[in-house]
Design a protein around this ligand. Structure first.
Ligand code: ZN
Length: 310
């Protein structure tokens, strides 16, 4: 069994409009934009990162905004909901804020004993705010939402699957513990994780597969401390039969990827070097950062990207 995974690192989704996406995450949700860069495989598209002050692993929601891409079709084989942790007692604040900011499908309920507010993002993506009892993580308050309500980071994520058996086995191998089942949803928790510790598996045997597009999660990344641990995890996964990519340099972390039996693309990402690798923590996310290989084409790349609101 793997012992080095510490919960989630980041979740990466697709959006149809960079400006709208940026406004929703920085204004409505009050997260900090911690990096403005491009998709390293397609530099004509932004890669935007939103999180806490430093972009701590377990807080980072990232987006590839592909202008005018078709909306995804929801289904199985994907991450269906991204869960954020909010302080106890702040659900009403969020209900008011989201209903006056055009977030769709607001629905409050209770899950696994915690109060939850579900809603849709600008591209229809599934989100939930979950009141957390003892979350010691600090909110980013520079976005105008104070400590009493600010998002702490991810609580976790929900996957929709035809069958949860193979993914359950994989999560157990990755160090997750199976806890409770509530209806069609089975919960897994990472003991000693970074706070973004929950994976919920929802079994929907009759629902068709999802089709990726705007609002779909592209992949979900799990955190390891450093490159040495990442190589150990890679070997353990390959020894178990997973086809894992070589280590890829993403400038702010090192990444490996593999497709899971239920269809969800997993990444294992390092906590090092972090988002202050190429700019001061005080000014994260302000200017466009490019990987070295695209620096010679900066003018051309910048001219093709929609300016974001300040
Ligand atoms: Zn990633």
């Amino acid at each position: 069994m793997i012992k080095d995974i510490k919960g989630l690192h980041h979740i990466t989704s697709m959006a149809s409009d960079a400006r709208q996406n940026n406004t929703f995450f920085t204004d409505t949700l009050g997260l900090r934009r911690v990096k403005k860069t491009v998709n390293f495989d397609d530099p004509n598209v932004y890669h935007l990162y939103y999180g806490d002050e430093a972009g701590t692993p377990g807080t980072v929601m990232t987006y590839f905004p592909f202008p005018d891409v078709m909306r995804g079709r929801k289904g199985v084989g994907e991450v269906s909901e991204t869960q954020f942790a909010i302080p106890k007692g702040s659900l009403t604040f969020w209900q008011d804020r989201l209903s006056s900011n055009a977030a769709g499908n607001l629905q409050a309920d209770t899950v696994f004993g915690a109060d939850r507010l579900r809603f849709s993002g600008p591209d229809g993506e599934g989100f939930a705010l979950i009141e957390a009892q003892n979350d010691g993580r600090k909110a980013w308050i520079g976005g105008g939402i104070d400590e009493s309500a600010g998002i702490r980071g991810f609580s976790g994520a929900t996957f929709r699957l035809h069958d949860i058996a193979a993914t359950s086995e994989l999560l157990a191998f990755m160090g997750y513990q199976r806890t409770e089942t509530d209806g069609t949803v089975t919960r897994f928790v990472m003991p000693g994780g970074n706070g973004a510790d929950v994976i919920d598996l929802e079994a929907l045997p009759k629902v068709p597969f999802a089709r990726q597009g705007a609002g779909s999660v592209h992949h979900i990344a799990f955190a390891v401390e450093n490159r040495a641990k990442q190589l150990e995890v890679r070997k353990a996964l390959m020894d178990t039969g997973y086809q894992v990519t070589p280590v890829i340099d993403r400038d702010y972390f090192w990444a490996i990827y593999f497709r899971t039996p239920g269809g969800v693309l997993f990444e294992i990402a390092t906590n090092e070097p972090g988002f202050n690798r190429d700019e001061d923590t005080a000014h994260l996310g302000e200017v466009l950062k490019l990987p070295a290989r695209y620096e010679p084409y900066r003018d051309q790349i910048e001219a093709g990207l929609t300016p974001l609101a300040a």
